[in-house]
Design a protein around this ligand. Sequence first.
Ligand SMILES: [Cu+2]
Length: 167
Amino acid sequence: MRKYTFKHFIFVVLALFVTPVLAEHHPKQDIELIMPWSKEVPPTSTVTAAFVTIMNHTSADDELLSASSPIAKKTELHEHLHQDGMMKMRQVSAISIPANSETLLKPGGLHVMFFDLTQVPKVGDTFPMALTFKHAGKMSVNVKVEPATFQAPTSTESEKKHMHHHH
Ligand SMILES: [Cu+2]
């Protein structure tokens, strides 16, 4: 009887420690950051950009407020717009992340822009980037540097991969 009690005690102690660890491996993420990537730039470049698909799994709108990375002294959120037949970039104060939907940061659209690079990442490298959301808070990802010819994933492709969220 004493032996049973001891085993039971061990089980409870293990359960206390193991359960939170397992929970952390399968979090129900409110905001999911899918495939963060960057396009290679010449080694002399002082700027680069990052793209990512942002899934908002909640029924509340969120906002991307800022981004940062140790590779750059300054980071801005940008959008592209056609103006007088020209493609221009301009800084935006925030990027809205609507409830239950997917927001694509991609070349020619919304993106994270890095200035005054302290390090120019090469193809195959990854670099850390932190994104700060109004509700979800600060999230960190590793951005993979892809060749200049790389084609961004389309919304449909990323929806296929994440179909279980929609059905
Ligand atoms: Cu830009």
